[in-house]
Design a protein around this ligand. Structure first.
Ligand code: F6P
Length: 548
């Protein structure tokens, strides 16, 4: 499958900037951040960028000005400008699924328009947003009542992947702004424990289920939704109750109504919204119920701020482009296999998990858009934990281990819960970690501190470990939107360099198909002969015995 968008772009290794970067890498791979900072006293003030209310310090990366110039050339030679315009204008850049990729339309302001295949998608987006808003107002005010006339106090979102990770991350991130009289729960795992624990203390007459699934066929979600219906019926005793206690978010009206949810109570979105890019679509209904429509709009405005920044800012000052190019630099030249993202904000505790799907489902690909197997590394493994907790756990390996792990440290100027000196202590750790990782501690410094000789090598910290520091004034719906869009567009930038399809996810299909084949084999010991490999056959037989 060759697309007109990329047919004129040479394979990655044949782009002139790639060869230049390979040569440049050999020249600077041994250079230490200590020297780079010593040579340029303004480095920390020069290698920064701002956009969408976020500030990025990328000075503690193993780069020089020449590196940035070459990476920007690589972006140009990879067609990033053209591909970005293609995305924003609704071209079918998701080639393997033949779909447009228009999450950016989800946050275009009311009154603007984007015509795709003769349809104004922005008008459609706002039609759904208006319906969501009026529904959210009714639930939050108590005007929408459950079957017995009681107001809804509990909201349970049932979904998985993009239909769960975005909503749960946003709920946790914006909890400060949420209606504390309401309880929000998120059920994703097909392990029944997830559903049982999430609902055990909830009263059915006050509980609303949002069944969130783009396809409305996902095994985990449909299984949980069926259990939710049983649970609600057991508590309320009447089929008619379903209409008051279940709403759906989906692109598949037929399946929604087959399940028994009135499509009047369905909030739609479109095939051009990828699951992992959907938290700002109707999939964000739980977020809107928690923080209210006004604040949801603020979050959308934050996304849009970053969209505009990404689309209009020169690459060398463009936050998502810089982050994306640095990810390519470390992954493909330094051979970094993983990347850490450490938010120094407890509200962002689910942000790394959210980013894992965004980054790894998007860029975990082994062929280019035209199906050629790549001969370079693509998406890194993303992981992280909120600071400062990680410091007392795995940071040791980042500081003194043998692997290079570039890390993003995210911090805020103010705390939403100021208490004594907590916030200064928290932020001092952001700055200290970035400093320690970059500059380390030399043998001489360790010795000068009076360290006994045999301990000296243990206390030496090589430094030269790269970080990006991302700062915003306060965690608000708007900054959250900008932060998510920052990573969305960074992922896109990386995908464009690698010429892969960042918007499909064929890799998750095989496991799903095999699991559905195995289910009947577990249920019955008289099932047809097992025809798997010897290990799978033996595991199934053992499980049959264990489940008796
Ligand atoms: O894991 C594969 C996947 O298709 C994700 O891309 C998606 O976010 C998730 O499953 C859930 O899909 P759906 O919203 O259709 O239930």
């Amino acid at each position: 499958m060759t697309t007109s968008m990329t047919s004129s772009i040479p394979m990655l290794r044949e782009r002139p900037a790639w060869a230049a970067l390979a040569k440049h890498y050999d020249e600077i791979r041994e250079r230490h951040l200590r020297d780079l900072f010593a040579e340029d006293r303004m480095r920390g003030e020069r290698l920064v960028a701002e956009g969408g209310g976020l500030f990025l310090d990328y000075s503690k990366n193993r780069i020089t000005d020449a590196t940035v110039t070459l990476l920007v050339q690589l972006a140009e030679q990879s067609g990033l400008r053209e591909r970005t315009e293609a995305m924003f204008s609704g071209e079918r850049i998701n080639v393997s699924e033949n779909r447009s990729v228009l999450h950016v339309a989800l946050r275009m302001p009311k009154g603007t328009s984007l015509i795709v295949d003769g349809v104004d998608v922005v008008a459609e987006v706002h039609e759904v947003l208006d319906r969501m808003s009026s529904f959210a107002e009714r639930v939050r005010s108590g005007a929408w009542t459950g079957h017995t006339g009681k107001p809804i106090r509990n909201v349970v979102n049932i979904g998985i992947g993009g239909s769960d990770l975005g909503p749960v991350m946003a709920y946790e991130a914006l909890r400060h702004y949420s209606d504390r009289a309401m309880t929000f729960r998120f059920v994703s795992n097909v392990d029944s424990t997830d559903f049982v624990e999430a609902t055990r203390d909830l009263a059915p007459e006050e509980t609303l289920f949002i069944v969130s699934s783009k396809t409305f066929t996902t095994l985990e979600t449909m299984t949980n939704a069926r259990s939710a219906r049983d649970w609600a019926l057991a508590g309320l005793g009447d089929e008619a109750a379903i209409a008051k206690h279940f709403v759906a978010v989906s692109t598949n009206a037929e399946k929604v109504s087959e399940f028994g949810i009135d499509t009047e109570n369905m909030f739609g979105f479109w095939e051009w919204v990828g699951g992992r890019y959907s938290m700002d679509s109707a999939i964000g209904l739980s977020t809107m119920l928690a923080i209210g429509p006004g604040r949801f709009q603020e979050m959308l405005a934050g996304f849009h701020d970053m969209d505009e920044h990404f689309r209009n800012t020169p690459f060398d000052r463009n936050l998502p482009v810089l982050l994306g190019l640095l990810a390519v630099w470390y992954g493909d030249f330094f051979g970094a296999q993983t990347a850490g993202v450490m938010p120094y904000n407890q509200y962002l505790k689910r942000f790394p998990a959210y980013l894992q799907q965004l980054t790894m489902e998007s860029n975990g690909k082994h062929v280019t858009l035209d199906g050629t197997t790549v001969d370079y590394d693509t998406g890194a493994i993303y992981w992280g934990e909120p600071g400062t907790n990680g410091q007392h756990s795995f940071y040791q390996l980042i500081h003194q281990g043998t692997r290079l792990i570039p890390v993003d440290l995210i911090g805020f100027g103010k705390s939403l819960n100021p208490l004594r000196d907590h916030h200064d202590l928290l932020m001092s750790n952001v700055f200290a970690q970035a400093e320690a990782l970059a500059f380390g501690r030399t043998e001489r410094e360790v010795r000068d501190e009076g360290t006994p000789e045999p301990i000296v090598p243990h206390r030496v910290m090589q430094g030269n470990r790269p970080t990006n520091v991302i700062l915003a004034e306060l965690l608000t719906p708007r900054t959250l939107g900008a932060l998510v869009a920052l990573y969305e567009h960074s992922v896109f930038t990386q995908g464009v360099i690698w010429t892969i399809d960042s918007f499909d996810q064929w890799g998750v299909e095989l496991g799903k198909a095999l699991a559905s084949r195995i289910v009947p084999e577990l249920e019955s010991e008289d099932a047809p002969q097992l025809h798997h490999d010897s290990s799978t056959n033996a595991l199934i037989r053992r499980y049959r015995v264990m489940r008796r």
